[in-house]
Design a protein around this ligand. Structure first.
Ligand SMILES: [Zn+2]
Length: 256
């Protein structure tokens, strides 16, 4: 009796899909308060501008439209939301062939690609988000949060879409960055990620599955970046700028 039971149990364990064993990501942003600082950046030409704290725009956050997919008309809502988000990104950041309406922007995102340094590393991003990245850097330095972590690599714009299906990665618009993609995990991404030791480990929070500290996530999110660690993908290396680029600096079109 005992042997067949053990075998049955072993088979059952072996057939549990990997995602079912995962601990739900900590999306609560609880934890110690991360210091704030009023920061300024220097623009081309030498003038100084004050950074404006602002959040990612909800209609651009992929979780917000896929979360409703199981509801009645959820798929239609997701498709409509995706289209709206692509149109917005096309207009602001460039038209990526095959996605969205080319009449909204005659240039490809590559037209706006520019090199920038961030915490001693160089990457290429869409020039429209450079001030936001510079604000994050200034805040990391002013609050000493920057001393808590020293990434050795970083990536920005890509010229190929890495998502499957109708979705498009924010990397092609030059508004997404990956920080140390070998040490900050993406546990629900394609193989071999799910087998990474940090993805197999039992954790209380997703912040234990990466080298980057939570404090960096908090600082990035103060300047319009959305962290994909909050997403079902658990892509902890990835930030995307989903704020309004006209709100990055004070006194531009917004005094807030
Ligand atoms: Zn990424």
């Amino acid at each position: 009796m005992r042997a067949p039971l053990m075998l049955g149990l072993a088979l059952l364990l072996a057939s549990v899909p990997a995602h079912a064993q995962k601990v739900a990501p900590d999306t609560t942003d609880q934890g110690p308060e991360i210091p704030k600082a009023q920061v300024t950046i220097e623009l081309d030409g030498g003038t100084k501008a004050t950074c404006n704290e602002h959040a990612a725009q909800p209609f651009l956050i992929r979780k917000n439209w896929f979360a409703r997919q199981k509801e009645k008309d959820g798929n239609a809502f997701a498709n409509e939301s995706l289209k709206k988000a692509i149109d917005y990104r096309t207009e602001k950041y460039g038209h990526f062939p095959g996605y969205g309406d080319g009449r909204l922007n005659k240039f490809a995102p590559a037209h706006y690609a520019k090199s920038v340094s961030f915490m001693g590393l160089t990457l290429q991003v869409n020039e429209r988000i450079i001030p936001a990245l510079k604000c994050v850097e200034a805040a990391l330095k002013a609050t000493k949060v920057g001393d808590e972590y020293h990434p050795r690599s970083i990536g920005g714009i890509r010229f190929k879409n890495t998502y499957r299906g109708s979705e498009i990665s924010n990397h092609v618009y030059g508004i997404a960055i990956d920080i140390e993609s070998d040490r900050n995990t993406c546990c629900s991404c394609v193989d071999p990620w799910p087998n990474h030791p940090l993805c197999k480990k039992k954790v209380a929070s997703i912040y234990e599955r990466m080298a980057m500290p939570r404090s960096w996530v908090v600082v990035f999110e103060r300047y319009g970046f959305y962290w994909l660690g909050h997403d079902a993908l658990q892509d902890t290396m990835h930030f995307e700028y989903l704020g309004d680029p006209d709100k990055i600096l004070k006194g531009k079109s917004d005094e807030g």
